[in-house]
Design a protein around this ligand. Structure first.
Ligand code: PRP
Length: 210
């Protein structure tokens, strides 16, 4: 039995069809209601967690593998355990603000974000010292109500930016969903883990999963 910490929400929704292409019956996951621990057949136990907690479960040895966005791995500066890019959950980091924003205006800019480490690294790489305001969600509000000059956030469809009259001023890096493994599990359950990785690779590459 392999235990998986799966990021609930968008990551979960996009990973379910990939699992199904591997022949894993995901009905218990699709019909989970408020359940947080879900068995898929006799071989997989899924626990549903917030993305930021996946590595906590992994590092404490209570799950064997995790499924999490690379945005979170980058923010937590922990990409060491990565086994596979599932190529789902594709989106990207962007710098956005209202029209007329000038990131080169010589003053200390204020940036709202859920990703302070990524933001710090991005501006440090450009020799800019910015004030970072950590926001937990609805980051797009910050420039609209004057909390920040601009935001560093993720965009998938672009709808949230568009509907809030925000423009992209720079594209940082692409993001996708990754499969990570606990190093001990990788030793103890190597064949089970690599069997799943191989099936996911095959499902990911099949023509009708694009
Ligand atoms: C994310 C992100 C943007 C939005 C972008 O937020 O922070 O707000 O999705 O997606 P789009 O380009 O498809 O519109 P999420 O929905 O995770 O919720 P949050 O605002 O509570 O963080």
């Amino acid at each position: 039995m392999l235990s998986i910490a799966l990021t609930k929400g968008r990551v979960e929704e996009q990973v379910i069809p990939l699992f199904e292409r591997c022949g894993i019956d995901c009905e218990p996951l699709r019909n989970k209601k408020r359940k947080l621990v879900i068995n898929l057949g006799d071989n997989l136990k899924v626990i549903l967690v917030k993305g930021g907690d996946v590595l906590t479960y992994l590092n404490n040895g209570v799950v064997d593998i995790g499924i999490v966005g690379s945005d979170i791995l980058d923010e937590q500066q922990n990409t060491g355990y990565e086994l596979l890019d599932l190529q789902t959950g594709r989106c990207q980091f962007i710098l956005a603000s209202l029209a007329g924003y000038d990131m080169n205006e010589p003053r200390r800019h204020t940036i709202g974000t859920k990703y302070p480490n990524i933001t710090k690294r991005y501006f440090a790489g450009r020799g800019k010292d910015v004030e970072i305001i950590k926001i937990e969600g609805s980051v797009e509000l910050a420039p609209l109500i004057g909390l920040a000059d601009a935001i560093v956030d993720i965009t998938e469809t672009g709808t949230t930016l568009r509907e809030n009259n925000l423009q992209i001023f720079d594209k940082l890096s692409p993001i996708s969903t990754r499969l990570v493994a606990n190093p001990l599990a990788l030793k103890q359950k190597r064949s089970e883990i690599f069997d799943l990785v191989d099936r996911l690779k095959a499902a990911r590459q099949s023509d009708d999963f694009k």
